[in-house]
Design a protein around this ligand. Sequence first.
Ligand SMILES: [Fe+2]
Ligand SMILES: [Fe+2]
Length: 477
Amino acid sequence: MSMRADYGEKIPNNVGLADDRRLQRALESWQPRFATWWAEMGPEIPTRDVYLRTAVNVGREGWAHFGHVKVPDYRWGIFLAERDPDRMIGFGEHKGEPAWQELPGEYRAELQRLIVIQGDTEPASVEQQRRLGYTAPSLYDLRNLFQVNVEEGRHLWAMVYLLHAYFGVEGREEAGDLLRRNSGSADSPRILGAFNEETPDWLSFFMFTYFTDRDGKYQLGTLKESAFDPLSRTCEFMLKEEAHHMFVGTTGIDRVVERTAQLMVEHETDDAGPHGAIGLNQIQKYLNFHYSVSLDLFGGETSTNVANYYTAGIKGRWQEDRRDDDHRLTDDAALVDAVTGTGNGEQSIGQTEVAALTALNSDLRGQYTADCMSGVKRWNKILAGAGLPHRLALPHHGFNRHVGVFADVHVSPDGRVLDDAEWEHRVPGWLPTDTDKAHVMSLMRPVYEPGKIASWLAPPRNGIDGKPFGYEYVHLT
Ligand SMILES: [Fe+2]
Ligand SMILES: [Fe+2]
């Protein structure tokens, strides 16, 4: 079933907004508040225009349009993946029943909570990244930053649409609060910790888009399975845009590693830092930080809330239909991490068996970690290709954690439980120190000349939309 895309409307959409005047009016009154938020909290660097992709439909081909646009005039729209009229619920106690087109009253509170938490992350990352334009390593990278930012803005629109369309007065209030909370704010911070951290430099941006946006991908993947069909279809289309954010992170870190390796070889040194690069050990420390704070986003190892979401059919597993089990899990068990004492005061990391339904956070985190490993393999191939013996690695998932069973212990990157003294002594070798951050910041000088690039970064293999790297992706004012 295909809904016509209405691109001429004030709010471009494929949800038939013109046929629902009340909803249309509500969203049109939210629109100027979004514009104000974008002006105050969005990218700071003034531009004449930016070469951007805009979602104009959802079909397999031609869903997006590329062109130079004035950023405040970007056409943020509401697009849901096409509806499958035969879609059945794939898991939980309603498995095999038709997907819900209307909001089920008994799960209203839970669904609203899940949508608000997802919605809160979208504008948060725009806020975290708002000053990065001032230090862009190239116009190509600056353009990608704007692309990620406008799409996170559109993802906010997607969640706000659901809140307005299905959750009445409470939904409208929540939609307002999504603009009231701000990243890092003392009075009204964003809901999740990682979204209140700063993204002060481009290494952090690439790490964020690799590790933290990838958490978003996995969360969207579980909501895409939802029995509540409008949420499922919204998330399915968001995942399409999210792929580019993953690309920015993956290739961004590729290019950092490539440049660092190049200078290590050229200067026959283990530390390319003094030669205008980011040191390989600094890359490792940033990786350690961003991976560990992103793991915290998956919540505790066990969760009865998440078990209930699954049983109710509102949040599934990553690639639910590829799982070879009964998709109800009521009789299954799973192993999750546990920290155990050994009697003499020493602790070690083991596993404990729990009901599979309560272990779904651990399941999702495991899928995410396997995906993160693929990036590390890529980066190590770059190092090997440069003839270097050095390698990057993901730290143990207990390292630097503030949520779940590892929150109360110190774990080294190789998975040993450490006492406070050893942790304090070793941690400057594992997480970015002030000196590391100062070095990375010192390299963050903007390069706005078309075809030129900063010292610490290799150019991309290809440009965007078939354009060369040297294309004038951004016109600054
Ligand atoms: Fe997003
Ligand atoms: Fe994203």
